[in-house]
Design a protein around this ligand. Structure first.
Ligand code: ACO
Length: 326
């Protein structure tokens, strides 16, 4: 059976930088507090003219170029996002049109910050079953448009960006080894966007509970995130009969430096094994892992045959890990 191997990565972040000092002017916080509690120094913010599919298309084109694959040769496009261009159609269809991937079928995955690993699992299943031979998986978000920049509990964390990978069916030992996905819908109110879905439609009389902004109980999310990220990463290692020391690069969802460090410590990773860029981009939800992966790849951190562990947690709650041989 053929492997599902990543043969190209790409990413795109908007030019505009919003620093912690900028946020000090927008809400009751300090740059020092933000750095101490999150490790985030700055995040990128999309220009007014940019939408999620623009970021996604830029990341996708970079990944296709690295892979040496023409857009027309892609069989399937999966976009992981919670900030699509429209409620529907899928942002993946808009990306398909923008990049000219005329032979692909395209759909979105909604699993919040875990969306990219959910998308990878779908790509893996399509390739292993023989249904597809080249799949583009993209994580893309313009979270700045669902954030209340006056709410200090949330606005300090998030940023905009996109990352993408091209997977190809290949013979050999390299590729995705396993995917481990979980959800628990009972935590809805710890992290969600109250408006404007069928619960609080646009037509409803506006009330503060139905505003379209992301809502979060950060300290509660923090605890479940560390527990879940650690457990699912361990589950992936156990399934392969491997241990933390076998991993060449651990790429966790870039939520908050304290979450990443607590998770890495629980699992026993050294600092050198863990990829962190949350200081420069904040939490970009579904885009965070593919942006980190692309950075690591372009810096030459990843070598053929390296063992890479991806680990995500997000709204839903959803969480998951992907273990792969680079
Ligand atoms: N600036 C200054 N003070 C603040 C701010 C702020 N931006 N936000 C909260 N505070 C205050 C609170 O009012 C509170 O004050 P009090 O002690 O007088 O009551 C105090 O700081 C501590 O508040 P906590 O909410 O307990 O602070 P905590 O250390 O938990 O940090 C944070 C908050 C950064 C949101 C943290 O809980 C967190 O990162 N949680 C994870 C959330 C997350 O990552 N969500 C993303 C989606 S899920 C994911 O991606 C994994």
């Amino acid at each position: 059976m053929k492997q599902a191997r990543i043969i190209g990565t790409g990413s795109y972040v908007p030019e505009k930088i919003r620093t912690n000092h900028d946020i000090e002017q927008m809400t009751d916080t300090t740059a020092e507090w933000i750095v101490a509690r999150t490790g985030i120094h700055q995040r990128r913010i999309a220009a007014d003219s940019q939408v999620t599919s623009d970021l996604a298309a830029n990341a996708a084109l970079a990944a296709l170029e690295m892979a040496g694959v023409a857009a027309q040769d892609i069989d399937q496009i999966i976009v992981a996002t919670i900030t699509g261009d429209y409620p529907w159609p899928a942002t993946a269809c808009i990306v398909q049109n923008k990049i000219g991937a005329t032979n692909a079928y395209a759909y979105d995955v909604s699993a919040a910050c875990s969306g990219f690993v959910y998308g990878l699992a779908n790509a893996y299943n399509a390739i292993r079953s023989g249904a597809a031979s080249k799949v583009l998986v993209i994580g893309a978000e313009v979270l700045s448009r669902i954030i209340d920049w006056g709410d200090r509990n949330t606005c300090i964390l998030f940023g905009d960006g996109a990352g993408a990978v091209v997977l190809e069916a290949q013979e050999g030992d390299c590729g995705i080894l396993s995917n481990h996905l979980h959800s628990d819908g009972s935590y809805l109110e710890l992290l969600y966007q109250p408006g404007y879905g069928s619960c609080n439609p646009l037509s409803a009389k506006a009330d503060p509970g139905s505003l379209p902004y992301l809502k979060m109980q950060g300290n509660e999310v923090f605890k479940v995130a560390v527990r879940s990220l650690s457990a699912v990463a361990q589950e992936a290692l156990d399934a392969a009969g491997l241990s933390t020391s076998d991993v060449d690069l651990f790429v966790p969802h870039q939520a908050n430096r304290r979450i990443l460090e607590a998770t890495a410590k629980r699992l026993g990773f050294t600092e050198e094994q863990v990829y962190i860029n949350v200081d420069r981009f904040g939490n970009t939800s579904a885009a965070s892992i593919p942006i980190a992966l692309d950075e690591a790849n372009r810096k030459g951190v990843l070598k053929d045959g390296d063992l890479v562990l991806l680990d995500a947690f997000g709204g839903g709650f959803t969480w998951g890990a992907t273990l792969l041989r680079w």
